[in-house]
Design a protein around this ligand. Structure first.
Ligand SMILES: Cc1ncc(COP(=O)(O)O)c(C=O)c1O
Length: 398
């Protein structure tokens, strides 16, 4: 029996995320070292702390934590998120500027729903976060890639696009320790982006899940904190600072935007998991988060250093890679003749996995690129995985 006819037109066009497909293959094979996924290390989860916080929460505030909540989110969590942002980045927002979402992913989905329609020109970095591209594809937006350089988007490209009549509704950027490239946009380029947005009247969405996973001293303020006109919509999450399984993220924006976004959220899930919200609040309020971030940074910095060292040791000179100052990813550019989609099966056969770079482009994929994750696997496996990758690349060179 054929069931296709039962699907909506939208459902018929839905495509699975390549990363999720890769993750599925890998999860069925225990012999593969996966440098593919984007997951935190299981060792970064403070399980005992969560257990204690949960016990206390149930004892002291159980009825509220197990009840439905408001769509905008638990009030004291919203206030806390605003307070932390103000403290860390010198902003002046309040709880009314915050919408709690089911992860940053829902935040992006809601932003898509409220601000983007079919054929709207949307600027993205090339490469960019693949699950945002999935959202844009569903909407049928007109995605415009702006190539990334070592210090962020190409100003020249953006300028020439704007000067030649480009009319973007919104720019979606991951300016700090970007997924997938690990690149951080310089302060100058952030300021320039705000200037462009002001002059050409478009909004900026700043997706910032990795900001606090910083392994070097140089810190760059979020675009949101530099934008005195509040045309930037800021997206944050607890996923990388506590645990992605809790599904707590947030949007910080002008109150009128928050009002619209919460209307878009109502029919989706009524409210974000209330128990998780209370847990997150306690985690932030008691200051446990800052101690925990310190531990996560130590764990990940060592892994990043191991990966950089292994790349140096095992990869041919013709391969280039980024040196991220934070986050979870390193981006590789291979010689032009290598197609990392085609090479992928060979990698699995060798027992290593990466994410082919092509999925991170809105248009014109660069087929000779790939993303490596250094947070999930153990240090020893990083060395072994990169060694296998080095062998594979050499085998694919003439
Ligand atoms: C750039 C970016 N945005 C959003 C997300 C989604 O985060 P969350 O787990 O909060 O939904 C991720 C997760 O990897 C990400 O890398």
């Amino acid at each position: 029996m054929k069931f296709d006819k039962y699907y909506s037109k939208k459902a018929r066009n839905m495509e699975s995320s390549k990363i999720r497909e890769i993750s599925k293959i890998i999860s069925e094979r225990t012999d593969i070292i996966s440098l593919a996924g984007g997951m935190p290390s299981p060792n970064s989860f403070p399980i005992e702390v969560v257990s204690e916080l949960s016990d206390d929460l149930l004892e002291e505030n159980g009825a509220e934590a197990l009840q439905y909540g408001t769509t905008t989110g638990v009030k004291k969590l919203r206030n806390k998120i605003a307070e932390r942002l103000n403290r860390n980045f010198d902003t002046s927002v309040s709880g009314g500027n915050v919408l709690v979402t089911s992860g940053a992913q829902q935040a992006l989905y809601l932003i898509g729903k409220v601000f983007i329609q079919r054929d709207d020109q949307i600027l993205v970095e090339a490469p960019t976060y693949a699950s945002m591209l999935q959202i844009l594809k569903e909407i049928d937006a007109d995605v415009r890639d702006i190539n990334l350089k070592e210090d962020g988007y190409s100003v020249e490209e953006l300028q020439s696009y704007l000067e030649s009549g480009g009319n973007p509704g919104l720019a979606y950027f991951v300016p700090t320790f970007q997924n997938p490239s690990g690149i951080t946009t310089s302060r100058e380029k952030r300021e320039k982006l705000i200037e462009f947005a002001t002059e050409h009247d478009f909004l900026i969405v700043e997706d910032d899940p990795y900001h606090q996973l910083r392994y070097s001293e140089n810190s760059v303020p979020p675009i949101f904190s530099l934008d005195d006109q509040s045309r930037t919509i800021y997206v944050g999450t607890i996923s990388k600072l506590l645990a992605p399984g809790l599904r707590v993220g947030w949007i910080v924006a002008r109150e009128e935007f928050i009002d619209k976004l919460q209307l878009a959220k109502q029919p989706v899930d009524l409210c974000t998991n209330v128990f998780s919200q209370h847990l997150t609040y306690r985690y932030l309020e008691k200051g446990i988060v800052d101690r925990q971030i310190g531990k996560i940074i130590d764990l990940y910095r060592a892994k990043r250093d191991q990966m950089l060292e292994s790349l140096e040791e095992f990869l041919p000179n013709s391969v280039e890679w980024t040196t991220p100052e934070g986050g979870m990813f390193i981006w590789l550019t291979l010689p032009d003749i290598i197609d990392t989609d085609e090479m992928f099966q060979g990698a699995l056969d060798k027992g290593v996995a990466y994410v082919p770079g092509s999925i991170f482009y809105g248009t014109k994929p660069r087929k000779n690129t790939l993303r490596l994750n250094f947070t999930f696997v153990e240090k020893e496996q990083i060395e072994e995985g990169v060694k296998k990758l080095g062998e594979l690349i050499r085998e694919n060179l003439p």
